[in-house]
Design a protein around this ligand. Sequence first.
Ligand SMILES: *Cc1c(COP(=O)(O)O)cnc(C)c1O
Length: 404
Amino acid sequence: MRQVPNVHEAEPIPTAARAAIDDLLQSGDLFRYNAAQDAPVSLLEREFADMIGTKYALAVSSCSAALFLSLKALGLPRDAKVLIPGFTFAAVPSSVVHADCVPVLCEVGDNYRVNMADFAAKLDGVQAVIISHMRGHTSDMDAIMALCDARGIPVVEDAAHSLGTTWNGQNIGTIGKVGCFSFQSYKMINAGEGGILITDDADLVARAVIMSGAYEHAWKKHKGPHGDNSTDLVDAFARWQNKLPLYNLRMSNLSAAVIRPQIPELMRRVRDGRTNHDYVAARLNGSAYIAVPDKLDPELRAPDSIQFNLVGMSDDETRAFADVAAANGVKVQVFGLSTDNARAFWNWQFLGDVPELPQTRAMLMRACDVRLPVRLTKDECDVITDILLEAAETVMGPVPAYGT
Ligand SMILES: *Cc1c(COP(=O)(O)O)cnc(C)c1O
C-alpha cells in the first residue's frame, strides 16, 4: 500500500531555540517584564514589527486574545455591532462576544471570500469590522477598505492563518487599522499557543499593551520603531495609565524563545506551501468533480492546507467521498457536514439567534478542507492528490472523457 504522509506532524523547531530555552531555564527569567531590557518577548515584538512593516507589535497569549484586545483598544461601547464573515473560526465571533459587542454575520461566496454586496448592505450601523482571512483566503481588501474608510469604520484583520500572504505586494495584517496573527501549532509559525497584534497607531497599541497586563510602569519596556520611547507612545501611555482594566493576556518568554528562530524560516515555508498548494490545486482542477477556486488577482497566498468544492455531488455522495478518502488515509473535512465543526456558523449557538446565510451554508456543505503541510515533498503531494481524485471517481464513476 502507498505510504500516506502524516499531515498532523509538525516541522521540528529550529535548534537555535534550544540554547535560548536553556538560558531561560537556567535563569528562571520567564516573565516578560522581569528583565530590564531585551526580554525574548520584547525582542520578538521588534523583530515581528520590522519583518511585517509596522511601527508596533504586541505579543499575547493567542490570536483570540489579540482580536479581543483589538476590539477593546478601539474603545467600542457595549453592544457595538461588529461585522464579521459568516465563514470563519468560532474564535472570531467569540472574541466579539468577549468584548461585549454583537457580531453581525455577512455572506461568504463559494470562493471562501466575503460577498461584497452583502458586506456593503450590512455596513450601516456597524462600528467595527473584523475581516477573517479564513484558511488564508484574502477577501477584496481594496473594496473593503474603500467602503470602511468612507464611513470611518475601523477594520481589524484576523490574519491568524495568513502570515506571509501579500495583497498588492503589501503584507496581510498591515492593511486594516490592526492585524492579528496566531502562533498556534497549525499556523505558519508554531509555538503551541501565542498571538501577536500589530498596528501603526500609538494610542491603540498603548491601550492594548496596558490591557494585556502591563501593570504599573511595565509599559516603559514597550518601545517604538527605533528602540526609543517616542513622544507619541509616551504620551499615549500617560493618557491611559490607571484608566483601563488589566486582562493579563501576556506571552511568556518561553513562547518567544520558540517563535524567534522560526521567523527567518518564514519565507521558505511560504514558498514551499504555495508551491505544494498550487501543484495539488492544478491536479485537482483536472477533475470534473472538484473545483479549487481562483485566488483574487492582487493576492499572493501562503497556504498550508487546501480547500476545494465538490461539484455535482449530493450530501450522500459528499459524505461517501470523505469516507473513501479517509479509508485510504486522507482526512477530508467537509466544513458543513459534521455536527460540531467550529467553522460552520450554525454551530455558534452561543450567539443565541444565529441568522441564516444561504450562500455561506451552500458553500460549507460542499467545501472540503485538507491539510497540506509545507514540508511535504512533491511525491507526498501526489499520494494525497491521487487518493482524492480516486475517491471522487469511486463515488461518481469515471470522469466522462470529453471530445471522444
Ligand atoms: C487559528 C485561528 C484563530 C484563532 O487563533 P488562536 O491563536 O488559536 O486563538 C482565529 N482565526 C483564524 C482564521 C484562525 O485560523
